[in-house]
Ligand binder design. Structure first.
Ligand code: HEC
Ligand code: HEC
Ligand code: HEC
Ligand code: HEC
Length: 386
């Protein structure tokens, strides 16, 4: 029997905490893996790769996966786009990786199919199909070559195919693989954040692996008369405890990324103070509101980063700088347009953001309890205050 734990990180270090959303993250996954290892000492961990769109985060993701004992990952397009950093980061973290995509400009050879070995010897073969410049026919031919090579070296080894392509394309590709070389399961990179059940078709198991490291799949390969029997369960990496060492790596990464500069020039839009003479009640009420404290929220969380500021700081949204202390956050100008005209002549009324404008920030992920009428009522209570 072989026991594997599989996730797909997707460059996801930790949950942001917006709207109380706390599921997942590297540190929680590390702790969960530790618990699983206490039950199954032979557990081998894999990752479906996709280390995210932030090149600076690639090394910390690789280091964290290395620290949690992840042995191998299957690369996706995003990883290969950052090929030199990614390869170096994996090497330093002791992570093997596999992909069937030609190298980019780097000129390096693409990582091919690999044998994943645990403490007790070889566990499985691994091959990753990724988006890339290869046409399907060429990709299939390469996959068959790699599987033949694996089979010749390790005939009894179960092979897992990671696919970053969609199910229909992968099905066509798998259909072209000769019977003796067929994988026992396809680990299908899924765009969903939620765990989903595996399914069987024509003797092949399809195991969806949710993105952003939010789900951990436990895969058991049991020897059966005709090859390997596959059992998969997927669980959400929820609000559990965090591994202290991995959390420290994430915190160090955040400390090492310099926050954007604090602006020394006036805001390129009318500031809140300009409204005080005629809307003092609204301004006073706004200052009591969460919108007026959205930057402090990030300061308290120690996360003054571009990725967070883009929804928490109006000044940053406009010109990439942080607001100095004072009135800042989601300001009057975030929701009210044509304010300069209004200040020049109060007969000219400013407009107010429609529902869609709220939902640019209040997304399903960042505001899971969003309900437009309820939230709007709170805003109007402030704007109508005398
Ligand atoms: C897509 C826009 C968006 C991004 C990006 C974003 N936030 Fe938020 N954040 C929100 C919204 C909207 C809320 C309010 C959610 C609610 O109450 O429904 C929020 C609320 C929060 C809260 C909760 C405040 C409280 O005390 O209730 C924290 C903490 C937070 N965000 C931190 C972060 C961090 C850290 C990041 C970056 C890693 C981040 N946010 C990125 C939109 C965003
Ligand atoms: C010199 C006084 C004055 C200043 C300064 C001023 N306003 Fe007004 N504002 C008015 C008046 C007068 C009205 C119309 C009030 C009414 O009809 O009850 C108005 C109406 C509004 C309305 C409602 C528009 C509508 O269609 O009903 C908004 C929104 C508004 N102001 C936003 C702002 C903001 C934001 C600022 C600061 C950038 C600001 N105002 C600064 C005088 C001012
Ligand atoms: C530029 C991004 C942005 C826009 C646009 C935005 N919000 Fe928010 N909103 C936030 C953030 C960030 C928070 C959390 C602030 C904090 O607690 O630090 C928040 C918090 C809130 C809260 C407080 C929730 C609570 O727990 O009490 C309400 C209500 C709200 N928003 C309503 C709205 C409405 C209604 C609109 C549209 C008219 C809107 N927001 C537009 C980013 C935005
Ligand atoms: C999160 C978005 C948001 C922010 C921030 C915001 N407003 Fe509003 N405001 C609205 C919306 C939405 C309306 C309702 C417009 C409507 O009824 O069509 C409104 C209405 C108003 C009105 C008209 C109130 C009435 O009597 O009907 C005034 C005045 C106003 N806002 C002033 C302000 C001022 C001043 C600030 C900053 C201190 C501010 N608003 C910040 C979204 C916002």
């Amino acid at each position: 029997m072989r026991t594997l734990a599989i996730a797909r990180t997707d460059g996801y270090l930790e949950p942001c905490g917006c709207g109380g959303q706390q599921a997942g993250g590297l540190a929680r996954r590390a702790q969960l893996l530790r618990d699983w290892r206490a039950e199954a000492a032979d557990l081998v961990a894999l990752d479906l790769g996709n280390f995210g769109s932030q090149p600076a985060a690639v090394p910390v993701v690789a280091r964290a996966l290395g620290a949690m004992g992840v042995l191998a990952c299957g690369t996706a397009a995003e990883d290969l786009a950052d090929y030199p950093t990614f390869t170096t980061a994996c090497r330093e973290a002791g992570l093997a990786h596999t992909s069937l995509v030609p190298p980019l400009e780097s000129g390096a050879a693409p990582p091919a199919a690999i044998v994943v070995s645990g403490p007790g010897g070889p566990v499985c073969g691994l091959l990753s199909l990724c988006f890339g410049s290869l046409a399907n026919a060429a990709l299939t031919a390469r996959a068959v070559d790699e599987l033949e090579r694996l089979h010749a070296a390790q005939p009894a080894l179960p092979v897992l195919l990671i696919s970053h392509r969609n199910v229909a394309t992968t099905e066509r590709l798998v259909a072209a693989i000769p019977g003796a070389l067929r994988p026992v399961a396809v680990l299908a990179a899924s765009d969903s954040n939620e765990p989903a059940p595996a399914w069987e078709r024509d003797g092949l198991w399809w195991v969806p692996v949710a993105q952003r490291g939010r789900a951990l799949v436990r895969l058991r390969l049991v020897r059966a008369a005709a090859g390997w029997e596959v059992r998969a369960t997927a669980v959400l990496v929820a609000d559990g405890p965090r591994d202290v060492a991995v959390q420290a790596m994430v915190d160090d990464y955040h400390r090492s990324t310099a926050p954007p500069p604090v602006a020394s020039t006036p805001a390129p839009y009318p500031p809140v103070t300009a409204c005080v003479p005629c809307h003092s009640g609204a301004v006073k009420a706004w200052r009591q509101q969460p919108h007026a404290h959205a930057v402090e929220t990030l300061e308290q969380a120690g996360r003054l980063q571009a990725g967070c500021l883009r929804c928490h700081d109006e000044r940053f949204r406009r010109d990439g700088q942080r607001s100095p202390a004072g009135d800042r956050g989601i300001e009057c100008a975030t929701c009210h347009d044509a304010l300069a005209d209004h200040l020049a002549n109060t007969q000219r009324r400013p407009s107010s953001g429609a529902r869609a404008a709220c939902e640019g920030c209040h997304t399903a992920e960042n505001s899971p309890h969003w309900d437009h009428p309820t939230y709007l009522t709170k805003i109007l209570a402030a704007c109508r205050a005398r």
